[in-house]
Write a protein that binds this ligand. Structure first.
Ligand SMILES: [Zn+2]
Length: 300
């Protein structure tokens, strides 16, 4: 490592360099990823999206990375990880890097990557991109005049804490919220759905990058990991299309290059509602116990 002798470099600088993948081990070829959360109940909807990710990696002669998104210890349990890996293997997934098999971009579990997220938060703070927010969910609901942005989206954050400074906050928990450039149109071309446009401050508001319980938010962890792991294309469900606009803003603020994006239509249940964790009957575990075969499930 050429940095080995540079003792002058501050901790923060050293950590910020880990946000960028080491170019020496990054081939220019396709790198995709599967990023499941270890809930113990991977369902068929996840599996179908992951299957598209695997097919695209194969078609491009690329590498598939398994990333264990276990950052939220209040929701996920360590013992679910082997179960999740077993379910994925049963379905027919094969990855070349991951928490079970290692790789050049270790660690592959988010719970072990906190230093990466801390470095990114420091960079956002230094650049003035985030501010401390003391609002509760109820505060936001009560203050928001804007309608809900969408299905899973809460009300648009009304900007209550935009002028907060950390030094003003005494003995209160707070989250770090990213200040979006109001009125700016964020455009990108999705590999599946084509041209996409979202307007910051209208379609989505300032969003949390670090939660009040001291856990990095999904948006931040996802961007930091995809960049640090050299992911070239992100394949995921269409419910995250608008999050992609948020994440593009994070890539920009962190000085990182966004990957390509390919969003998949979500699987719906018989009532036309999207599959969720409540659909236990469609968990891979249950389907397997009922005698379903992966070969048949891949064709559904
Ligand atoms: Zn607030």
């Amino acid at each position: 490592m050429e940095n080995g002798g540079l003792k002058m470099e501050s901790d923060a600088q050293q950590r910020s360099s880990i946000l960028h993948p080491p170019s020496s081990i990054l081939a220019s070829s396709y790198r995709g990823r599967l990023a499941p959360s270890p809930t113990g109940l991977l369902h068929l909807g996840h599996a179908r999206t992951f299957w598209v990710a695997q097919e695209r990696a194969r078609a491009n002669g690329g590498i598939l990375v398994l990333r264990n998104e276990d950052i939220d210890s209040t929701r996920f349990k360590l013992e679910f990880v082997p179960q999740m890996i077993e379910d994925l293997r049963w379905f027919g997934f094969e990855w070349q890097e991951g928490p079970d098999c290692g790789g050049d971009f270790e660690p592959y579990s988010q719970s072990e990557r906190r230093s990466f997220y801390v470095a990114a938060l420091e960079k956002l703070r230094a650049g003035g991109f985030v501010y401390p927010c003391t609002c509760s969910r109820k505060d936001i609901r009560d203050a928001a005049s804007a309608p809900n942005a969408g299905d899973d989206e809460g009300p648009i954050y009304p900007g209550t804490c935009r002028s907060n400074r950390q030094s003003d906050i005494v003995n209160r928990k707070f989250s770090w919220r990213f200040r979006v450039p109001d009125g700016e149109t964020i455009s990108f071309t999705d590999g599946n759905f084509g041209a996409q446009q979202f307007v910051a401050g209208k379609d989505f508001g300032d969003f949390v990058v670090w939660r009040h319980d001291d856990v990095p938010a999904y948006q931040l962890a996802c961007v930091v990991d995809d960049a640090a792991m050299g992911i070239t294309e992100v394949v995921r469900g269409a419910d995250l299309l608008m999050s992609t606009a948020r994440q593009i803003l994070l890539y920009r603020a962190l000085g990182l290059t966004p990957p390509a994006f390919y969003h998949c239509a979500l699987m719906l249940d018989e009532k036309g509602k999207r599959l969720a964790k409540r659909h236990d009957a469609l968990s891979l575990r249950t389907l397997r116990e009922r005698g379903e075969t992966p070969e048949r499930l891949r064709r559904i």
